[in-house]
Design a protein around this ligand. Structure first.
Ligand code: ZN
Length: 314
């Protein structure tokens, strides 16, 4: 059984246009898919990633423009970190200050970290690290040398460490590679960026679902067979995974981790190009085949957004 790293992280946002402008505009990520939340088709599901939409770089959002802001707390991913090349943070600091986004710097395990929050309060970090060559820069007004190159790590905010750590290390192949200021770092496979998970126990209340909070974290597996094996490991640990669900772009299994964080297992394939050409991703609203018959009603309910390609959707 092989967990390969983080597949995607899904959060909630408020206004979808503001979300597109922040992630595809300011942060220079590629908008790789505009679809709907399959469990709530009146809501968008927006996917951002590196230049190729590589699993391990995918941050997705359910925009809930009418919802009250969520609260970041324990039992969730509290911070999502992207990799940037060493020497990039001066560029990012200046770019974010110009956009009136406050930032803060720190050093973690010897690497420089720039902390920021998105317009809804979601915690994002940019970490200077050696990028994994799997990730390719997206062409935007951010120079390629400073582009976000996939996830670096995600930090889980937990009540206690032992059980969550035991599951990841005893069942999913992670190993402890560092400990600093109450933060435990786990790595899987080669321990490259996106193969790192940090566990911490901040003194906070429980996360409240809503804009600005992470909804779930998905872990990569190569295929459906690996997914079943990873699911079996969760069962053997006494957890309660769902049956595999076809999400059209990947197959998913969901469960609460021993730390009460919503986990997903997601297959690398079939990927974003099942319904759009690689060079035309997110040029239209795409729906999975079983929702296509409801397109007129769905489009009526979705607010208009302008994509980075200058197209107005839906
Ligand atoms: Zn997901």
């Amino acid at each position: 059984m092989s967990i390969l790293g983080i597949h995607h992280i899904t959060a909630m946002s408020g206004d979808p246009q503001r979300n597109v402008d922040f992630y595809a505009g300011l942060l220079g990520l590629r908008l790789v898919k505009v679809t709907v939340n399959q469990d709530d088709p009146g809501t968008y599901h927006l996917y951002y990633g590196d230049g190729a939409g590589t699993p391990g770089s995918i941050l997705t959002f359910f925009p809930w423009p009418q919802a009250f802001r969520g609260r970041n707390g324990i039992f969730a991913v509290g911070a999502t970190a992207f990799t940037v090349r060493p020497g990039s943070l001066d560029f990012w600091e200046e770019r974010l200050i110009k956009a009136e986004v406050p930032t803060m710097r720190s050093v973690r395990f010897g690497e420089n970290v720039l902390h920021l929050t998105d317009p809804d309060g979601l915690n994002i970090e940019l970490i200077e690290s050696t990028p994994d060559p799997r990730f390719v820069p997206h062409v935007s007004d951010v120079p390629a040398e400073y582009a976000l190159l996939g996830f670096h790590s995600a930090t889980e905010w937990l009540k206690n460490l032992p059980q969550p750590e035991a599951f990841l290390t005893e069942r999913w192949g992670y190993r402890r590679v560092g400990e600093e200021d109450g933060r435990v770092r786990l790595a899987v496979q080669e321990g490259l960026p996106h193969q790192l998970i940090d566990l911490t126990t901040p003194n906070l209340e429980a996360t409240k679902t809503g804009p600005g909070a992470v909804h779930h974290i998905a872990f990569r597996v190569a295929d459906a067979e690996q997914e079943l094996m990873a699911r079996n490991e969760a069962l053997a640990f006494g957890l309660q995974p769902t049956e595999p669900i076809d999400r059209f772009y990947f197959k998913s299994v969901y469960f609460r981790s021993p730390g009460s964080v919503l986990y997903e297992i997601a297959t690398d394939g079939p990927g974003w190009t099942v319904d759009e050409a690689p060079d035309a991703l997110a040029h239209k609203l795409v729906l999975p085949p079983w929702l296509e018959q409801h397109r007129p009603q769905i489009e009526l309910r979705l607010p208009k957004i302008r994509t980075p390609h200058g197209v107005t959707l839906p």
